[in-house]
Design a protein around this ligand. Sequence first.
Ligand code: 5GP
Ligand code: ZN
Length: 119
Amino acid sequence: MSHSENCIFCKIAAGAIPSRKVYEDDDLFAFHDIHPWAPVHFLIIPKLHIPSMAQVGPEHAALLGRMMVLAPRLAVEQGCNPYPAGGFRTVINTGEEGGQEVHHLHMHVIGGPRPWLKG
Ligand code: 5GP
Ligand code: ZN
């Protein structure tokens, strides 16, 4: 299925629900998380409605690869310091026991200076 009627992230990718956009191309959309865990916290999603990583197949390999390639570029653009002193965390929650709340595949990219991580 290309999009899902009641999916909030499909609506965000389509511009039907406003978001603070970070990036967009034909296949991917990135936007700031509404409840950031860190100074930098955005989500990268495929425009295609894939409920979670549990539904990913070989036909999605290129799409997932593109999400991975995009993450470090956008992280730096959004203010993450460069590797290795800086860097960022990527998180993909899958299913209820994986902590997934929105059932449209998304990669969290989390970073920026967080003094509480040190020492
Ligand atoms: P999950 O727990 O599914 O991995 O993460 C879902 C994330 O989506 C949460 O961090 C939550 O703050 C974010 N989120 C949920 N609804 C919205 C929304 O309407 N707009 C934005 N920008 N983020 C959202
Ligand atoms: Zn969706």
